[in-house]
Design a protein around this ligand. Structure first.
Ligand code: SF4
Ligand code: SF4
Length: 391
């Protein structure tokens, strides 16, 4: 199907059927549907430090052809080139034939005037006219306080009233308690959280999902593969998946796990190559939810992954609560993640998002936890090591 042929018959929330299409899920009974696979534009293919335009454009064309027409960009991605790229590549498609998501980079803002300045730049870069979804980017307790101080939500409400934003949401990295506070502050249309089978407990992502579900807020998933961690895994964990299904890729297990959750509307994947795109499209054309046996396979792989850890913490929490408030098993899990070398960036992100009193650096070395650990882990020594690791 050529781009020109695509132009005929494309309408908002629908997609002209061509070949096999990505499975879609209804969005709030509005008649609108979203593709279960969304295209994250933060890790586009690169050449000489810049977006490899021919390859990236071909990927977008392929995605559109398959009905994967939800594109997620942000002011900071590729230093602004992601927004410019999407503006250029989607300009040939009818505006109603795709969903564009952009985000306000609260972390970069200095004064209230930045609201209008940045938003105006984004409209110009993306040439979109309006955003189908617009998020407060990277919310946590500190960034939410800053957004309120700078009047960002009020500004975005005005943009919504003017039709420049169709639906308002936020992306989140933090604790479920903070998520609930933000989620209850406004009738949000969509919230993006980091969700995958490893973070379900580790980052309390499962609790985050439940908070949003109870409030009736649809979920968009970021990092379903934990920045590639769930593709590389460990040999032991990979073997569990390969025994269950020798043909299924590691990515397909991670994507299917989150897409099987009923309140998930779209699963973002930051695809960097045509091969990744092809593999992900196959997973969703059509999508098959995990069955009971497959859920057990994921649990078995997770167990195998955890048992290959540098510190044998089973997350039993017998050591908790720490009188100083340190979240001991979580710090140890992040330590293990760094030791495996699979996702150092994400471990640091999670550590920074934790309240200071929960970080390993808050350990005062009282030793109250040491005798409680059935694994005989020298917890105070490990906390000191982790504090240095993340300093
Ligand atoms: S040694 Fe550190 S982690 Fe253990 S109970 Fe004391 S303050 Fe908490
Ligand atoms: S008691 Fe030991 S094994 Fe259990 S969570 Fe604490 S550190 Fe981990």
């Amino acid at each position: 199907m050529t781009r020109r042929e695509f132009l005929t018959g494309a309408q908002a929330g629908r997609h002209p059927a061509a070949g096999p299409q990505v499975s879609r899920r209804p969005y709030r009974g509005s008649g609108m549907t979203l593709p279960l696979l969304g295209f994250g534009l933060m890790r586009l293919p690169q050449r000489d430090g810049k977006i490899d335009l021919p390859v990236a454009e071909a990927m977008v064309a392929k995605a559109m052809e398959a009905g994967c027409n939800y594109f997620d960009t942000a002011y900071m991605y590729h230093d602004g080139d992601s927004e410019r790229f999407v503006g250029r590549v989607l300009a040939d498609y009818p505006r109603g034939s795709y969903c564009l998501v952009d985000k306000m980079p609260v972390v970069m803002m200095k004064e209230a005037a930045d609201n209008a300045r940045i938003f105006g730049e984004q409209l110009a870069r993306t040439r979109a006219g309006y955003f189908d979804f617009y998020f407060l980017h990277w919310m946590n307790a500190a960034h939410w306080a800053k957004a309120r101080a700078l009047g960002t939500l009020d500004f975005l409400k005005r943009m919504k009233a003017e039709g420049k934003i169709r639906r308002l949401g936020f992306s989140f990295h933090g604790e479920p308690e903070t998520l609930r506070e933000i989620a209850e502050a406004y009738p949000w249309d969509l919230v993006q959280i980091q969700l995958n089978y490893l973070d379900w407990d580790l980052c309390r992502s499962g609790e985050q999902y439940e908070v949003l579900t109870r409030l009736g807020i649809p979920v968009s998933v970021m990092e379903p593969l934990k920045g590639g961690t769930l593709v590389s895994l460990t040999p032991e964990a990979r073997a569990v998946f390969e025994r269950a299904d020798p043909k299924a890729g590691m990515a397909s297990w991670g994507l299917r796990y989150v897409a099987s959750l009923p309140n998930v509307r779209v699963v973002l994947s930051g695809m960097s190559s045509p091969e990744q795109l092809e593999e992900n499209l196959r997973t969703f054309m059509p999508f098959r939810p995990l069955n009971d046996a497959e859920r057990l396979t994921v649990a078995g792989a997770l167990e195998a992954y955890r048992s290959a850890a540098a510190v044998p913490c089973s997350a039993c929490r017998y050591c908790s609560p720490c009188p100083s408030g340190v979240d001991i098993p979580r710090n140890l899990a992040l330590h293990n993640q760094i030791r495996r070398g699979t996702s150092v960036f994400h471990a640091k992100l999670v550590y920074d998002a934790m309240p200071e009193r929960q970080r390993a650096s808050a350990c005062v070395g009282c030793g109250a936890c040491r005798a409680k650990c059935p694994q005989q882990i020298d917890i105070p020594a490990r906390m000191a090591e982790i504090a240095r690791e993340f300093a």
